[in-house]
Design a protein. Sequence first.
Length: 484
Amino acid sequence: MTVLAVVTLAVWLLAFLVPSGQYDRDRSGAPVEGTYHRVDSGQSFVDRLNDLFLAPVNGLYGIQDEKTSLVAPDNVGALYGSAGVFLFVLAIGAFITVVFATGALDRGIGRLAHRLRERGALLIAGVMAVFSVLGTVEGFAEETLGFYGLIVPLMLALGYDRMTAVGVIILGAGVGVLCSTVNPFATGVASSAAGISLGNGIVLRFVMWFVLTGVTVAYVIRYAKRVRKEPGRSLSGFLPGDREQSATEAEEVPELTRLHKAVLVATALVFAFMIFSVVPWSSALTGKADARPYGFELGWSFPQLAALFLCAAVVVGLVARMEEQRLSSTIIQGAADFVSPALVILLARGVTTIMNNSKITDTVLHSIEGVVKGTSSGLFAVIVFLVNLPLAFLIPSTSGHATLAMPILAPLADFAGVSRAVVVTAWQAASGWMNLWVPTTAVTIGGVALAKVGYDRYLRFVWPLLAALAVLVCGFLALGAALT
């Protein structure tokens, strides 16, 4: 939030120096390539000061005037702010918090880990697969910090080291987020900012998730087997007592109750229905972007999804037999816990309102157009990936990064003749790749601290995988761009 506050002020100041201009628009409102021309913003200093003052408000519920294209809270026109995404984030926060409050997810993962405790490779693959699935569908990241107390002792008991546990947790969930299929905090926010459906591009993202998850799991298992065979090759080393634990003595997690099983089933059904509701099935199955929707397609977006997760939070609470007061307070607490990422979204959107009102958005877009003009579609997709790497370092919040970058990047796809879904995939891959190692994320720094592993040693462990993932991502992006 501090970074975005600084960015807001910096963009406001730069708007005095960057020349204003605009593209001609087609019927859908998309810029027409080659039509950029300079215009006068028509703003006085007082107008610009008012835009700075109202930036967060406009970022939430600013309305874009149909004639002037200016954004203000009391205009008449289309919603420019991110109120829909803001409420969606709060709703899914309430749902996730209720699920965790039942204890079902924690215990389910704990039971899986304990059941496979004597089959090391299968345990690593199983836990990483679960974390990756959670990462790809709901952005499971910070929640992993609660599992170090379980996974670290288990890995040590099986003859592995602490670095193996770090790899299982950080890389398992991280690769899922990197290849988000319907993750609302990455794919959802970016798709909304790009003006496309959450389900657009899901086939490419699913194949990418499957392959990259397999590569990551294989990488961690390979390291774990090497350490078990030759402990001296451990990158993290062993603390006193680490090698004295036994898998048979690992603390057993209580059995799943019928209520826990019911909650897990209900949670799986909710996410399955979410995927079904947003996927453009006719386009996905026929390969034609303009295919007529099937009768069973719902075509849901953020308003419906927000309502879905609010209702689902209540249903899961009732299934878990929560008392009315506890359920109500848990839903409120869950929404409150997710106010921070929700505020990041509106702050980032506020930056784009300043750029829009000062008419410099198209100028920035025109400058980038000059860089990518004439490149092949595959190279264009790779450039989008590379451009977003430094942005992801500065703004580790996926939601804030998406809201800030996508209004500029999405129209570039139109110029390059590439689906906007490919740009969304390239953006989220860059964000996810960076968040596997950058020290500005609580998931990475907090994880190595909890596992008592040096950050420098973690970097030594992860860099070969990062290189492999970057190459694979670029390959998938080039393929996706070529196919669209």
